[in-house]
Design a protein around this ligand. Structure first.
Ligand code: ADP
Ligand code: MG
Length: 384
């Protein structure tokens, strides 16, 4: 049995001053009008699990206006709650200071370790802006892959970070060589470092892309139609030729002052029926393609870790037709845990609502629903 989230407390998180939300296994529906804090709540769940927000690289944004710190506390039920085993995790953040991450009261060894399952649970998130994974630049797609693999393995996360640093330093050196302040001989040391970390990144991605592509194909068939869908990794240099390609690019790299070869220049193509969705997809196809990538990520995490990740999907029903909303409802009901936001409960059929736990949000306050269906549910949260 997989772990799930029991309760979350948000202190000074965006528009929440101090709120506690109880969550149930299975489908949780967060409902409220616009601008009440639904997306913020989902963001807080993700922050509590990973120590970072998927919505912005600018952490200070999440601190409630006028306050100087934010904090999330979470109770995680381990292994489906069978042994009653629980983990308590907390993330504290004050701008300008190091984050404080604790697991059962003890400091987590690092943010990367915490993000890679340290909380006892992993998440797959969907925010409307994620459409950029399909629609946007190669950097958006690389980030999707790297985040997924980092959530599985801290070694991969470290390689990604060290690789980025090494490339940056190599670039500085390239410019110094170009401008006559360093000799080309000094480059070899950096090249070795770059290739070392870069190889770890390339190997991680190479191992993931085939299984992900096949899961993606399944998800597209279920969500979209019989179209043959695929993911194709596109290398700036294939793994076997990486070190050599970097060496060969030296002259040109010095001239330009940047590193032209390596995983930071790679991409993957998202194809429906052989056609790139980035170039030719309609808004609707790009959105379904993004959803299918998230479904693939969930299945991949399940297969790799043996645990079902928690699904955090923001406002996913609004732009779908009835058939797809029905499919998604069943998909969420069949998951260990899903937290879904909506402005409108009518997107869910009555028989679905009967099995769901409904959380109402208004102006940064939470009220748990007391619908008969929700309270009859076997796995409902305990009160308090
Ligand atoms: N750091 C912050 N401090 C206080 N309020 C914030 C902060 N960041 C965003 N907000 C406010 O949170 C409100 C709700 O946002 P959101 O969760 O996106 O609503 P929705 O329910 O539509 O998803 C917005 O009105 C926004 O102004
Ligand atoms: Mg929202």
């Amino acid at each position: 049995m997989s772990s799930y989230l029991r309760a979350l407390r948000l202190v000074n998180f965006r528009n929440y001053a101090d709120a506690t939300v109880l969550l149930a296994p299975g489908l949780n529906i967060v409902v409220g009008d616009n601008a009440q804090g639904k997306t913020n709540l989902l963001e807080a769940v993700s922050f509590a699990v990973t120590g970072s927000t998927p919505r912005t690289p600018n952490d200070p944004e999440i601190v409630r206006w006028g306050e100087d710190f934010t904090r999330t506390e979470m109770r995680v039920s381990l292994n489906g709650g069978s042994g009653g085993e629980e983990r308590k995790v907390a993330v504290g953040y004050a701008p300008g200071q190091k984050k404080r991450l604790t697991v059962d009261g003890a400091p987590a060894p690092s943010l990367t370790a915490y993000a890679a399952g340290g909380a006892g649970v992993r998440v797959v998130t969907f925010f409307p802006d994620d459409i950029r994974i399909v629609k946007g630049a190669p950097a958006d797609r690389r980030e999707f892959l790297d985040d997924l693999l980092s959530s599985m393995r801290p070694t991969y996360a470290r390689a990604v970070a060290e690789y980025a640093k090494a490339v940056q330093q190599r670039n500085q050196l390239l410019r110094r060589i170009r401008d006559g302040f360093s000799s080309e001989r000094t480059l070899s040391t950096w090249d070795r470092k770059v290739v070392d970390f870069g190889t770890t990144v390339l190997e991680g991605r190479a191992a993931a892309i085939q299984p992900l592509a096949s899961l993606f194909g399944d998800a597209v068939r279920a969500l979209y139609g019989p179209e043959k869908a695929a993911l194709r990794y596109s290398h700036s240099a294939p793994l076997e030729e990486y070190a050599e390609a970097l060496r060969e690019a030296r002259g040109a790299d010095i001239e330009r002052g940047t590193t032209s070869v390596g995983p930071h220049r790679d991409d993957f193509v998202v194809l429906f029926g052989g056609v790139s969705m980035t170039t030719y997809g309609s808004q609707g196809q790009q959105r379904l393609g993004t959803l299918a990538l998230k479904f693939a990520a969930r299945e991949y995490l399940r297969a790799q870790t043996g645990q079902d990740p928690v699904l955090l999907f923001d406002d996913v029903m609004s732009e779908l037709d009835k058939r797809r909303r029905g499919y998604l409802s069943e998909y969420f009901l069949g998951s260990t845990q899903a937290v879904i936001t909506t402005t409108n409960l009518e997107y869910f059929e009555e028989k679905v609502l009967e099995k769901a736990w409904v959380v109402r949000i208004s102006g940064g306050s939470v009220s748990q629903d007391t619908r008969a269906g929700a309270t009859n549910r076997a796995g409902k949260p305990e009160t308090a």
